[in-house]
Design a protein around this ligand. Sequence first.
Ligand code: SF4
Length: 65
Amino acid sequence: MHVVVDRDLCQGHGMCALEDPDVFAIHRGEDQVTLLDETPSESHRAAVENAVRYCPTTALSIEET
Ligand code: SF4
């Protein structure tokens, strides 16, 4: 899977980083998410799907590769 962030929508809430801190991070002083791993392994699927589900601005999506 390939994680995609819509930069027009992300507001840096950081819910995604709580769901999977190996994939998503909010760095100090930045107002948008940083993707630590754009193509996480299947072991991250449940956490990444939760991040997509709970992102308050629906900025996240998964593209299957
Ligand atoms: S939860 Fe959504 S809006 Fe918040 S940092 Fe993550 S992608 Fe951006």
